[in-house]
Design a protein around this ligand. Sequence first.
Ligand SMILES: NC(=O)c1ccc[n+]([C@@H]2O[C@H](COP(=O)([O-])OP(=O)(O)OC[C@H]3O[C@@H](n4cnc5c(N)ncnc54)[C@H](OP(=O)(O)O)[C@@H]3O)[C@@H](O)[C@H]2O)c1
Length: 299
Amino acid sequence: MNSPHAPHAAIALLAHRIPFVSPNPIPSPPSQESLNPTLPFVTVTYAQSLDGFIALPDRRPLTISCSESFAMTHVMRTMHDAILVGVGTVLGDDPRLTSREDILGVEGVAAVKRARGEPDGAGLHHPRPVVVDSTLTKFPYQTSRLMGHPRGKPIVLTTTRYSQERRTTLESLGVEVVVCADSRDGADGDTAQVDLSDGFCKLHAHFGIRTIMVEGGARIIGSLLRRRKSSTDKSEQLVAPQLVVVTVAPTFVGNGVKVIELTGESKVVGGSEGLVQLADVEYRQFGRDMVVVAGVKMS
Ligand SMILES: NC(=O)c1ccc[n+]([C@@H]2O[C@H](COP(=O)([O-])OP(=O)(O)OC[C@H]3O[C@@H](n4cnc5c(N)ncnc54)[C@H](OP(=O)(O)O)[C@@H]3O)[C@@H](O)[C@H]2O)c1
């Protein structure tokens, strides 16, 4: 069931925090100058239970958002140029990653178009889908609903470990493959994974993507919430999302996947060192869920 108020509340909460570029923004967002010329603005978002789980055991999907916070997420999708998920989420959830009119409702769609400065007759904005897959061998291109996305075929960020055979197949189907620097900062320790900061820079440089919404899953979000220096910027710039939006649903799950899973020594030490620190925190209730919106301290 849609709540007609949720999209308006979401626009009021988020539009001044996400520099989505539109000719007639309401309310006024930061100016275009606030967009970094090389690194896009990155929002990380997920929904978790009250005891901190974002998926069930064996990485089975967990549906916990209420209709109002779900509508908030779909408003957020209309505010970003691209939406990014890890290949684990594609395999587990087969997401569509579109902005859904049926979730926003007629009034919500009209409000979003007004906020974007678009005429009533314009189609609803969908973010361009982006998948992170270190070898290109996991992305299930034959079955994935992303292959029918209204903004076109997905962009896949990969590493130098990619399979040439798969690359040829994917490109023949219209998928854009972007080879990124290898990183060993990811959740999988010693295995080279996609250097996400390099991937973000390439999305900006090659496709003009200025804003990215990272919607999962656990490993990708965990990688982004760890503090580390940029490999693409020698100025010691911290690689971190600029905005974190977390929906907390009032439900207990008991067991499953947490968004940050520390391993080795970090697990023993615990604490928040090594993880991003939040700033400018706001809280809003959407239906029965609590939504936490925060910036990230960059020092
Ligand atoms: N509650 C929510 O809001 C929400 C939202 C989305 C998803 N989920 C849940 O999250 C679960 C999926 O999470 P997941 O951790 O299995 O998969 P994921 O985060 O979607 O994808 C992780 C995979 O991406 C690849 N990868 C490449 N570079 C990476 C890097 N730098 N850092 C991290 N990963 C990198 C790795 O595989 P390769 O190295 O082999 O490429 C890795 O295993 C599902 O259960 C889904 O339902 C929950």
